[in-house]
Design a protein around this ligand. Sequence first.
Ligand SMILES: [Zn+2]
Length: 231
Amino acid sequence: MKPQLRQRLFELLQIVYPNLCLSCGQSLSYKQEFICTACLHSLPFTQNWKQENNSMEMHLWGRFAFHRACSLFYFVKNSGVQNLLHELKYRNQKELGIFLGEMLAEKMKESMSCDFDFVIPVPLHPQKERQRGYNQSQQFAVGIAKVFNCKADTQFLHRKHATETQTKKNLFQRLDNVASVFELNNPQLLKDKSVLLVDDVLTTGATIEACATTLNKVENLQLSIATIAIA
Ligand SMILES: [Zn+2]
């Protein structure tokens, strides 16, 4: 199809099925995907990938051993970033996760060494994954792995079955429970590998810490962390 014709068709389709920016809700123009140009210029990118000892790394220091860490955005309440995460988690916009993964990986590639063997998403609780139909962090991992030409893996790290109900426990028992929620399949295959652990948002960091501590039990595993946003 001729480019002019394709553009005309796009414009006609926009009237019937408007393609909207998932950050601000404005119509997207031809060749824009998921996020409009204005939002791409105004979203709070962290620039973490350009700095060693960046804000994300400082947030995680002293909690577990890692090589590098970076987040794509700062999380700001009632902002475009919150809208993007809401669309990704609750409105079935799973392709957006892949798009954001590719975006972060392209930025990381510019200024960091990115020779990862595996990109591993934080596993979602199985019940939540069934309800949602997908794990948003896995979508993000798939986008990243595509750019780095490695594997997004969901087999190694998983949640232990039947964790006792959290509500009956006190705070300290609950924290202890979080730390032992995850376990590894075939850990010997991760020996000497470089792993990028990914999640959607870093808030307290308790979940990332629990996953990281589990992965760090593997001999000579080099661990790095990436998230879509940091609160
Ligand atoms: Zn926008």
